[in-house]
Ligand binder design. Structure first.
Ligand code: TRP
Length: 332
């Protein structure tokens, strides 16, 4: 049986952090053995909200690639490619844009929420940004992907993709594949400030590439329970980021349960629990950091990975695009 196809990716706008690790990277390492997995570094999509800052995107492409390889995404199993290396994705976007209305795009909750966060409105938002879900539909359908691993917030984009697929197939013939979301059930990782999710733009992240010293500083500044002042005070677990991180990253669940009990009964100090968390995170990040150090000076290898894989990915898309053009009849 041929393997099902997974297409997923990230916008390269900076280094990846623990939120990415728990939300998608771990999953990709697992999935790569059972599926044919494509992971896209979405530089065009990153440009839609970083119009004037292509340098950030350019630099981040290598940061993201390094993060992928350091956590164990294996380029021999997963095809890691750069979006802009596949011009056919832009061609498909041109076709798909005709299959969706302006009103429908305006109703996309993912885009609306992003516009709200970025302070964009109809006047200030570019057409490129507004239609990026169509470009994403093109990324997905160009590979004839079956599965797209996503968090809840991206579900509307996948719904739109399937609507476009159905419209394409009823208009031009059955060529494109509908997709199923592979919903991850991990809760969103809170950021260091304890309020929002971990996100680069909110400046509340632990990055996979943070060194020991930076990690220590960040862990020590974590917000715990503001009412837990003396060691003997009873502490709250709910909303306490130290325990959210331990739940997410400490494999020793029994120990976490014990610490929670001790903390809530009183008698466990913040410094002690933070030191414990530091060790858990440092053990997780040390091999990732080391792998990154090995790779970072090996630019030739990095270029080889990205060049080879992007060519492979493009070949796959070119085969599919032949069918798309034939179906439309624009294959003169
Ligand atoms: N939208 C994703 C993000 O915000 C990146 C992305 C672009 C993507 N194309 C995709 C994800 C296709 C999954 C499938 O980072």
């Amino acid at each position: 049986m041929t393997k099902q196809i997974i297409l997923t990716g990230d916008r390269p706008t900076g280094k990846l952090h623990l939120g990415h690790y728990i939300g998608s990277l771990m999953n990709r390492v697992d999935l790569q053995t059972s599926y044919k997995q494509y992971v896209m570094i979405a530089d065009w999509q990153a440009l839609t909200d970083n119009v004037a800052n292509p340098k950030k995107i350019r630099d981040s492409i290598f940061d993201v690639l390094l993060d992928y390889l350091s956590v164990g995404i294996d380029p021999n199993q997963t095809t890691i490619f750069i979006q802009s290396r596949i011009p056919e994705l832009a061609e498909l976007t041109m076709y798909l844009l005709n299959l969706v209305t302006i009103a429908r795009l305006g109703r996309n909750p993912t885009v609306k929420e992003e516009m709200r966060q970025k302070g964009f409105n109809d006047e200030s938002s570019s057409a490129g940004f507004f239609m990026y879900p169509v470009s994403q539909a093109s990324d997905i359908t160009a590979f004839m992907a079956n599965l797209v691993p996503v968090g809840e917030d991206q579900l509307p984009v996948l719904e739109l993709t399937n609507e476009i697929v159905r419209k394409f197939n009823s208009t031009y013939g059955n060529v494109l594949c509908e997709i199923k979301p592979l919903l991850s059930n991990v809760p969103r990782l809170p950021g260091l400030n304890g309020k929002d999710k971990m996100s680069k733009s909110l400046n509340n992240c632990i990055f996979l590439s943070d060194d020991e010293e930076v990690l220590k500083q960040k862990v020590m500044q974590i917000y715990t329970d503001p009412n837990h002042i003396k060691i003997t005070d009873k502490g709250s677990i709910v909303g306490n980021i130290v325990f959210s991180y331990l739940d997410a990253f400490d494999k020793d669940k029994n120990e976490v349960a014990k610490l929670k009990e001790q903390y809530s009964l009183g008698g466990l100090g913040d410094i002690k629990i933070k030191n414990y968390l530091f060790n858990v995170l440092n053990n997780l990040l040390t091999p990732i950091r080391n792998k990154r150090k090995d790779l970072i000076n090996n630019k030739d290898y990095l270029y080889e990975v990205i060049n080879k894989s992007s060519i492979q990915a493009r070949e796959k898309v070119q085969l599919n695009m032949k069918k798309v053009r034939e179906a439309i009849g624009l294959n003169i």
